[in-house]
Design a binder for this molecule. Structure first.
Ligand code: ADP
Length: 402
């Protein structure tokens, strides 16, 4: 087909990240970011990958409509504008697809309504994602708009993993269950891991550790997710940059009843003021490692808590899967922090897990093994690429439909 380009949009509440890809060879043509939309000092940073040119705009950008128009202008300057007949579709990241969306979906009015119905369980993300979709639809009404959901990969979880131990009727009434997030990354990375092992996804069991500022683990059996660490919202699970991850829910009652905090304050505390940041004042693993090297005990404790939680999830998902072919690290921390990888599997030789010091120290942006050659379970680093995955799923769907 001559329509071979896909524009990927990831709309946040005040940002718009985008990439234009040519799907004949999955090559990036342009990438960029609009930040602080509607604020005092908006900024658009655009890179034409083919020429290597980077341009910045600091003029007013009042809303997502203005942001997308500014992006369209930048793309047109590079000769890859949104009016090009080569554009096949626009793929949108949508954070919450609930149980309804198990696959990428071409957006129509019913799809918009359903994404809107999920706003109460994703109050920060879905409204921003919807704004991005509506803006793109207005700009190119003739073009297929495809929603790719962060939750979709996890809809294969069995009820035993997806349900909380509360009254199912109450849970269903308020749509309370474990949905999981980062699904696009877990799908991509688990598939790439199978490739790295020279096997098919159906043939391997993998524990994926997506460790970015947000962090989640998943247990993937034969290409299908059977458990993941994030839940109703991205707050559950691992220790993250600013999120607490797992804690006794009674901590919330205690903070309200004894600490006198409001629900909004507790929400902000647990989502934005906890995790590594709450523990030591820094959420960047580079800074934490630097402080540890200087003998900072607070940073060391934060690191230890982070690793302890990670190790517990590796053990838990090992048990969930029964047999593990690979443990794979991805995202900013997972791909770059060799100390985290080393500490996370330290002492797990009994489970067949170990890293080779030299391999683990190699810095490279390709998928690679970091375990010793004779290891029973592979330990791997596989760089994630959520935009490529969104583009691939979008292109596959549009290709199938037309
Ligand atoms: P997100 O997409 O969730 O914002 P990323 O996957 O981009 O996050 O990861 C960002 C995090 O990766 C940073 O906060 C930092 O902790 C970590 N990181 C990035 N580079 C390095 C590095 N060289 N060493 C250690 N940690 C790193």
């Amino acid at each position: 087909m001559s329509r071979t380009r896909v524009l990927v949009l990831n709309s946040g509440s005040s940002s718009l990240k985008y990439q234009l890809l040519d799907m004949r060879d999955s090559r990036r043509l342009a990438v960029g970011l609009v930040e602080r939309i509607g604020e005092q000092t908006p900024r658009l940073k655009h890179t034409c990958v083919t020429s290597g040119d980077t341009r910045e705009q600091n003029g007013p950008i009042a809303d997502h409509d203005a942001a997308l128009k500014a992006v369209a202008e930048e793309l047109a300057r590079d000769g890859v504008g949104l009016d090009s007949p080569k554009l096949a579709a626009i793929g949108h990241r949508v954070v919450h697809g609930g149980l309804f969306f198990t696959e990428p979906t071409v957006v129509d009015d019913d799809v918009l309504t359903e994404i809107e119905r999920l706003v109460p369980v994703a109050p920060l993300h879905n409204p921003a994602n919807l704004t991005g979709i509506r803006t793109a639809m207005a700009l190119r009404p003739d073009l297929p708009q495809v929603a790719v959901f962060d939750t979709a990969f996890h809809t294969t979880m069995p009820e035993s993993a997806a349900r909380y131990a509360i009254d199912p009727k109450l849970a269903d009434r308020f749509r309370i269950r474990r949905y999981g997030f980062h699904g696009t990354s877990h799908a991509y990375v688990s598939r790439e891991t199978a490739k790295l092992l020279g096997r098919t996804p159906e043939d391997v069991n993998v524990i994926v550790l997506h460790l970015g500022n947000g962090a989640s683990a998943s247990a993937v059996r034969g290409g299908k997710c059977v458990d993941t660490s994030m839940g109703l919202t991205p707050l559950e699970g691992l220790v993250m940059g600013t999120r607490s991850g797992d804690l006794d829910p009674a901590v919330i009652f205690h903070l309200q009843r004894v600490g006198g905090m409001s629900m909004d304050e507790i929400d902000t505390l647990l989502n934005k003021g906890s995790g590594l940041f709450g523990l030591c004042g820094d959420n960047d693993m580079r800074e934490i490692r630097r402080r540890i090297d200087e003998g900072d005990a607070q940073a060391e404790l934060a690191f230890d808590i982070y690793i302890h939680r990670l190790k517990k999830y590796i053990g838990a998902y090992y048990a969930v899967l029964g047999w593990v072919d690979a443990v794979v690290f991805t995202a900013g921390v997972g791909e770059n922090a060799s100390a985290v990888r080393e500490a996370a599997v330290a002492g797990l030789e009994g489970l067949g897990l170990a890293v080779d010091g030299e391999l683990n120290a190699v810095r490279c942006d390709r998928p690679r093994l970091v375990s010793p050659a004779d290891a029973r379970v592979a330990v791997a680093v596989v760089p994630t690429d959520e935009e490529l995955e969104i583009a691939t799923q979008t292109y596959a769907l549009v290709g199938k439909n037309g």
